[in-house]
Design a binder for this molecule. Structure first.
Ligand SMILES: [Ca+2]
Length: 423
């Protein structure tokens, strides 16, 4: 991710009346994502992003608690993570009342802030969830619990810090969290930052920067190392490391049906990449950074090794900055009930290109395409995908949401959109 990814100009290209009408529509209209859980399935692949709600500043990702294991119902609440440190619910008219406010703990903004959220698979019974945020000098993974007396508020005093990773620069902080199909918590970290991996963290399996980590958080306190982590004994790498050679795997997701893992790894100055890791693949993959940027030799010598594709997992898809890309935004696979023709399609985008892409898996590889799409804000329909994408992620009901760093013609406002399809 560029230094300037989050310092991007927050577009002030509309008027306040337009913004107000959009926000009023969001609050008064039916963005109610609870209603989506009971939608009438609609066939069709004509795509549109429907505006759901504004956010204060850049919003990072939308998630919702997992299915309630006991009842097989789905919690319809949608949560949005705001970079400035607040987690809010969407669609309940309480945009100003956060679920949790960590703004006094974090450093923001640029590429820093509150960057990730994952609800425990057993949230319905244990009320636990996990956040990833930055301070001036560290990247923090912490566990919190919901207030036992109020399902709409977290208990700020429940914090337990699980990982505190020293970081030397404000950029490249990863921060995405998800639970895998194995029940373990996966975490990505950036290479630390600066430019060009100055500390050669990507290929150093003993550091926690530039990695995908995997830990077992099922115990009452702290965490355990899954015994099948590739360096579980700490000899050839840090026990928490699962995959390495990632530069800044900013957004990624597991396919909730198949367990396949899709990773968008943000490139340096020339190439963006998307990686598909089929379900069941063992840990220890090397995605190449910083020996490689995408498919191309990058940072050889200086103790980083020599450029050879042997043992390197080269990307399944590569896009170039010369084509307008600047920071890939890994997305998610559609597994919702509303639009059956989209089932199994992976959606991803780019921060600068503002163009939606799809990927379709065949065997262990995939093909990509660029579908036509429009987006709707208030009474206005716009051609293309909204600018300033920050994430595409599924709620617990499988419907996909896009968050953006710009929205609605107002400086300092981001947006949330839901993917819709028709004939
Ligand atoms: Ca950093």
């Amino acid at each position: 991710m560029r230094y300037w990814l989050w310092v991007a100009i927050l577009c002030a290209c509309g008027d306040n009346a337009t913004q107000k009408s959009v926000i009023d529509a969001a609050i008064d209209g039916p963005p109610g994502d609870g209603a989506l859980a009971a939608c009438t399935p609609s066939r069709g692949t004509s795509l549109q992003w429907k505006f759901v709600a504004p956010t204060v500043g850049p919003a990072m990702i939308v998630v919702s608690p997992p299915a309630l294991a006991a009842s097989h119902t789905i919690d319809p609440r949608i949560f949005v993570v705001e970079q400035q440190g607040r987690i809010k619910q969407v669609g309940d008219h309480s945009l100003s009342a956060p679920f949790l406010d960590l703004s006094n703990l974090i450093s923001c903004c640029g590429e820093q802030g509150l960057l990730g959220l994952a609800f425990d698979p057993h949230y319905a019974s244990n009320g636990r969830f996990y956040v990833f945020y930055t301070t001036d000098t560290k990247n923090i993974l912490a566990r919190y619990s919901v207030d036992p007396d109020d399902p709409n508020r977290a208990d700020p005093d429940s914090a337990q810090i699980l990982l505190s990773i020293d970081d030397f620069a404000t950029n490249h902080n990863g921060g995405m969290l998800e639970f895998g199909p194995d029940g373990y918590l996966y975490i990505t970290t950036g290479d630390g930052g600066g430019g060009g991996d100055p500390h050669l963290n990507g290929q150093n399996k003993h550091t926690l920067l530039g990695k995908m980590l995997r830990i077992d958080v099922s115990g009452d306190n702290g965490y355990l190392i899954p015994p099948t982590n590739p360096y579980a004994n700490g000899v050839d790498g840090a026990p928490e490391v699962f995959h390495y050679g990632l530069r800044n795997a900013w957004r990624w997701a597991f396919d909730k049906l198949t367990g396949d893992l899709w990773i968008g790894d943000v490139g340096q100055a020339a190439y963006e990449e998307l990686d598909l890791i089929p379900a069941g693949t063992a840990g220890g993959l090397n995605f190449g950074w910083s020996l490689y940027e995408g498919n191309h030799c990058y940072n050889n010598g200086n103790g980083n090794g020599s450029c050879s594709p042997a043992g390197v997992r080269l990307p399944g898809f590569e896009a170039t900055h010369s084509d307008g890309w600047c920071a890939v935004i890994g997305g998610d696979v559609y597994r919702g009930q509303c639009f059956p023709d989209l089932a199994g399609t992976y959606f991803f985008t780019d921060y600068c290109k503002a163009q939606l892409h799809t990927a379709t898996k065949t065997g262990d590889t995939f093909t990509t395409a660029v579908p036509d799409i429009s987006y709707v804000e208030g009474d206005m329909t716009h051609v293309g995908s909204p600018p300033g994408a920050a994430s595409i992620h599924a709620a617990a009901n499988g419907e996909l949401y896009l968050t953006t760093t710009t929205c609605c013609g107002s400086s300092g406002t981001g947006g949330i959109y839901r993917l819709d399809a028709g004939p």
